[in-house]
Design a binder for this molecule. Structure first.
Ligand SMILES: NC(=O)c1ccc[n+]([C@@H]2O[C@H](COP(=O)([O-])OP(=O)(O)OC[C@H]3O[C@@H](n4cnc5c(N)ncnc54)[C@H](O)[C@@H]3O)[C@@H](O)[C@H]2O)c1
Length: 471
């Protein structure tokens, strides 16, 4: 593990508390955090990590609830562009603490400017990751930030730079790393128990999913059966169906800001909360939604957290580019990795089972949220790999949010630091670029550039709508 003992940020959390409580401004003694002295149940207020949460939709509440139950953390602020979501955030947090202390923010920049906030949890749609995260990093907030790292590789690079320059702690929301079956599978691979790895299969979901449950109302208006949600991937501008889908944004939502750096487009409910992932203007479809989970685990097993593919070739089935839901429905991407390892990332192909499967010269192992299987049935018997086989021990975390808080205090890297989150998502971005250009992409892992393809290289970034500017 990286030695951060000489990091000037080490002890920042306690240092700030000390200054606040004593008014001291000189050489500061180290005050041990509550968890280090074993008094985690009743941690003094001055030793709590103060947290602001941004984004209260599908993922924000779950992340926040985990933090609420950690006694050495105090959630003090919430931010959302939807007044109803914001109210729900504030109510949930205040109900938990039985007080009225949580402050509500519409503008994340005001929350970030608060000097009494140590850390933030970011669960905003992908098209907002870069702006919110770099603002937080500039204000030296430690960040629990959602996957995929961002909407484009250039945005991811901006986040990595900001985190590194400001020496903050980052945890990517790729929480599978904090689950025992995923660690066991990765350790089996890392300990050579399947021999030399030759091939990896990463299976992700296909199609679209109406997470918000708002599609049936629109489908009813259009005379379609409520379950025919894929019909939304056929509706294009200029049609009656499109006109029926467009409406005024609801009063509670600041839609102008919600669209943010993406291209302005008329409000369509089925494209906003939760379902923004099915529109390339704001999200990256199933591929980018899941790459930060199963490809993240694939890299972990391979020991490729700082590595990546050199060749990427993908094919996908795409709806019309201007359809309400326009992200690809079925896709298959072949990738060439170092050490002669080939990987397939696919959605909608039955030969590529959902989850991560490593195949080696002496066996195989597969893991998913649904289960764990391996060529040796012994591996399945126990939660962890036996110590006899576990010569290489991977970073162990039992709770992703807890791991973040521990690292905020220790100033040691989390189980999924920003560089890891960056590399885990790159294959998805490059796969999408290959599919959109219709050709193989050659990638230079070291300097993070597409080789010999200026047109494809343009897709590493995207234009920001003024006044928003990529950091
Ligand atoms: N780790 C996981 O398992 C997991 C699961 C689901 C989602 N996610 C990730 O979480 C993030 C959020 O996804 P979601 O499904 O919760 O989206 P969502 O649409 O349900 O919620 C996002 C919330 O952010 C708010 N918001 C948007 N822009 C904002 C801004 N600039 N400032 C403040 N609030 C803003 C929206 O109003 C909304 O309430 C995405 O990056 C997604 O990929 C991760």
């Amino acid at each position: 593990m990286q030695d951060l003992s000489s990091n000037p940020q080490a002890g920042r959390f306690n240092r700030r508390r000390f200054l606040k409580t004593t008014g001291a401004a000189m050489v500061l003694p180290l005050i041990l955090p509550g968890y280090a002295t074993g008094s985690t149940r009743h941690t003094r207020a001055s030793n709590r990590i103060t947290l602001g949460v941004v984004g209260w939709g599908m993922q924000g509440p779950g992340n926040t609830k985990s933090f609420l139950y950690e006694d050495d953390c105090q959630v003090v602020a919430a931010c959302d562009l939807d007044k109803n979501h914001l109210q729900s955030a504030v109510d949930t947090i205040n109900d938990h603490y039985e007080n009225k202390d949580c402050k509500a923010y519409h503008d994340y920049r005001e929350l970030m400017a608060r000097t009494d906030i140590d850390a933030v949890m970011l669960a905003v749609p992908d098209h907002w990751h870069e702006l919110v995260a770099t603002e937080a990093a500039r204000h030296r907030k430690d960040i629990y930030g959602e996957k995929p790292l961002a909407r484009t590789i250039a945005e991811q690079q901006a986040i990595v730079r900001a985190v590194q320059e400001n020496k903050i702690i980052w945890q990517t929301g790729s929480w599978q790393r904090s689950q025992a079956p995923f660690r066991k599978a990765a350790e089996i691979v890392r300990n050579g128990l399947i021999g030399k790895v030759t091939r990896v299969k990463v299976g992700l979901p296909s199609g679209h999913h109406d997470f918000a449950g708002t599609a049936p109302d629109l489908l009813k208006k259009l005379g379609q059966p409520p379950e025919n949600t894929e019909y939304l991937a056929t509706i294009i501008p200029g049609t009656d169906a499109w006109n029926a889908a467009v409406s005024e944004p609801p009063a509670e939502l600041d839609y102008e800001t919600w669209i943010g750096p993406s291209q302005m487009e008329p409000y369509i409910q089925a494209r906003v909360h939760m379902n923004w992932r099915w529109n390339y203007n704001t999200g990256g479809g199933q591929l980018l939604d899941w790459i930060g989970h199963h490809c993240d685990i694939a890299h972990w097993g391979l020991g490729f957290d700082a590595s990546g593919p050199s060749e990427i070739e993908g094919r996908g089935d795409f709806p019309p580019a201007n359809a309400i839901w326009n992200t690809c429905t079925k896709y298959r991407i072949e990738l060439q990795y170092p050490e002669d390892i080939t990987m397939t990332i696919a959605g909608g192909y039955p030969d590529i089972r959902n989850g991560t499967k490593w195949i080696g010269t002496d066996g195989w192992v597969w893991v998913d949220r649904e289960g764990f299987e391996g060529s040796n049935p012994e591996w399945k018997r126990n939660k962890n790999l036996s110590d006899r086989l576990r010569k290489v021990k991977l970073y162990e975390s039992r709770n992703h949010q807890r791991n973040f808080l521990d690292c905020v205090k220790s100033r040691q890297p989390t189980i999924t630091p920003v560089e890891t989150g960056h590399h885990s998502s790159i294959p998805g971005h490059l796969g999408l670029i290959s599919m959109l250009t219709g050709r193989k992409i050659r990638w230079s892992v070291g300097d993070e550039k597409i080789i010999g393809d200026p047109e494809a290289s343009k897709l590493l970034t995207r234009e920001y709508r003024p006044p928003w500017v990529l950091a």
